[in-house]
Design a binder for this molecule. Structure first.
Ligand SMILES: C[S@@+](CC[C@H](N)C(=O)[O-])C[C@H]1O[C@@H](n2cnc3c(N)ncnc32)[C@H](O)[C@@H]1O
Length: 356
């Protein structure tokens, strides 16, 4: 049965159009009888009339006839992303192609820049590029991201681990090397990035990871399985608010957390990628960004052993405020044990110590 142009959906037409652009073929007409003619930009140009029987049939016809190079696909989509004013246009398409070619090394895709992508691969590229054009973060588009030496699964709306948090892991690992312990408590585990990195890099510990979000806990579980360390992690879905002094039948030497700490007023200035897709509860730390941090301090005061430490990632405005806050609340018996800078020389990591 022939399809008339009326019953071909916009989606189908766009798909065709994109695929055709990618193959160097341009649609010139689309008749009411469901025919379109196309000519190739290749030398010598050829012109052919296709009959639209179904969407699959079109793709079938075309895919069998036209090939396209990896480098051309990169060029075309980089241009589209620039036009759409997306951040990191080149890196976006490079990551998409890398994902299609099942590598995390961007350099690998340039080794294959003159290879042809298959019809199936091109369909996947188009689908992913469309998602990116909707401002979806590239990490959600390709469904994974790197953290230290791990490649973790990513699923919206779970918070995407940021590179600076790798430094927080360094601080905890240094502490574990200096003062070996058996168990670490992570509050606000998200995708599990911190816990899994600690477990991978220190085979002697176990971790309790807490997050209130079901999606986050499920992703932490899947990522732990991915690295075969699921027997050493206890994932608990709960709100930190609910952790009573008796909740754990033990105290901890090390607590680590990258909590939501963005002051609410700064939320509006975040990129559309973040605002549109990442869980707001993973970011918004209330008017001064300190709501969750204060809660973690309160919990640390009874969850830490004397001499134990809580390692926190914070906003650069926080270390000074925290110093004052702990002085004013000396009943918590906590003090600042150290402030560390990120690679941009901003105060981003605070170590809180429980007094002896
Ligand atoms: C900034 S993300 C950190 C995720 C991960 N640790 C990382 O560094 O990539 C903060 C996490 O805190 C969780 N969260 C926010 N409020 C919470 C609460 N009251 N209790 C437990 N988890 C909470 C969110 O669900 C989110 O996963």
């Amino acid at each position: 049965m022939l399809l008339s142009s009326k019953i071909i959906s916009n989606f189908t037409l766009t798909l065709l159009h994109d695929e055709i652009l990618n193959t160097g073929i341009k649609i010139t007409t689309l008749s009411h009888r469901g025919e379109y003619s196309a000519f190739s930009r290749h030398n010598p140009p050829t012109r052919k009339v296709y009959t639209l029987k179904s969407r699959d049939a079109i793709v079938e016809n075309k895919g069998a006839k036209f090939k396209f190079h990896t480098k051309d696909v990169i060029k075309k989509w980089k241009k589209e992303f620039v036009k759409a004013d997306l951040s990191e246009p080149k890196l976006s398409i490079e990551n998409i192609i890398a994902s299609i070619l099942q590598t995390r090394q961007i350099s690998d895709i340039y080794k294959k820049k003159n290879s042809f992508l298959s019809r199936e691969q091109i369909k996947k590229v188009i689908k992913m590029c469309r998602m990116r054009l909707e401002s979806m973060p590239i990490q959600y588009v390709i469904r994974e991201w790197d953290f230290r030496n791990l490649t973790l699964e990513m699923r919206p709306p779970v918070f995407i681990p940021r590179p600076e948090t790798e430094q927080l892991v360094d601080l905890v690992l240094t502490e574990l090397n200096t003062n070996p312990i058996e168990e670490v408590l992570e509050l606000c585990c998200g995708s599990g990035a911190i816990s899994i990195a600690l477990l991978k890099e220190n085979p002697d510990i176990t971790v309790i990871a807490v997050d209130k979000s079901e999606e986050a806990c499920s992703l932490t579980r899947d990522n732990a399985k991915r690295y075969g360390i699921d027997s050493r992690i206890n994932i608990i879905q709960m709100d930190i608010n609910e952790i009573s002094p008796e909740y754990f039948d033990k105290k901890f030497d090390v607590i680590v957390s990258n909590p939501p700490y963005v002051p609410s007023g700064d939320m509006l200035h975040l990129q559309p990628e973040i605002l549109g897709y990442e869980d707001r509860d993973a970011l918004d730390g209330g008017s001064d960004g300190l709501v969750l941090i204060k809660l973690i301090l309160q919990k640390s005061s009874y969850l830490l052993r004397p001499g134990g430490k809580t390692f926190l990632e914070v906003d650069p405005s926080h270390p000074q405020l925290l110093d004052r806050l702990l002085e004013e609340n000396n009943r918590l018996r906590l003090s600042i044990g150290g402030v560390h800078k990120d690679i941009f020389e901003r105060d981003r990591f605070v170590i809180i110590k429980k007094m002896l």
